[in-house]
Design a protein around this ligand. Sequence first.
Ligand code: FES
Ligand code: FES
Length: 211
Amino acid sequence: MPTPSELEMNRRDLMVIACACAAFSTTAAGARAQPAPVGKPVLSEVSFNVNGRIHKLELDTRTTLLDALREHLHLTGTKKGCDHGQCGACTVLVDGQRINSCLTLAIMNQGSEVTTVEGLGGVDDLHPMQAAFVKHDGFQCGYCTPGQICSAVAVLDEIKAGIPSHVSADLTGPMALTETEIRERMSGNICRCGAYSNIVEAITEVAGRRG
Ligand code: FES
Ligand code: FES
C-alpha cells in the first residue's frame, strides 16, 4: 500500500509528464503551422485589348485574368464568386468566346481581345442583352448578372454558328433555340437569386430579334 507521500510524488510526476507532453504537442503544432517560404513574385509584362483599349501591365505571373481586370484595371463589373470555376460570375469574352476569367492567368491572354460587361454597353447605350435583362427582370441582387449577360451573348453566337450542346438532338443541322438549349448552355452560370426563368425569357427575346 503506497504511503501518502509516495502518492503525492506520483501525482507530481504525472503533472510533470502531462505538462511536458502539452509543451511538446504545442511546439510540434507550431512547427507544422509555419507557412512554406514563398518565393519572390516573378513579374512579366502583359498586353491585351480590353473593351477596345490596349493595356500594358506588369503583373505577377500568377495573376488571374479576373484579378487583372478587377484589381489592376478597376473593371469591377466582372464579379468574383467562387474563384474556382464553379459559378460563372467571372465570365468574360476572350476573342469572342466566353471563359471563366478566374481560371485563366492574365499572361495566357497576351494579345487577346477581352470584352467585359462594361465593354458590351453602358447606362446610356445598353447592349440588347442588357436591355432585355432589365425588361424581363433577369436579376435580383445582380451579382451574377454581368457573367450571365456575357454568357448569354456568347450562347447566341454559338447557336448561330451551329455548335451543338449536350442536349442538341441533331448535331449537324441548324440549332433550334429551345428553352432546354438555353438552360443547358447557361448552366455554368449560377444565380443564387433563382432568376433563371426571367433570364431565359430575356435571351429568347434577343434571339427572336436577331432572327
Ligand atoms: Fe470564376 Fe466562380 S468566380 S467561376
Ligand atoms: Fe442574385 Fe443572380 S441575381 S445571384
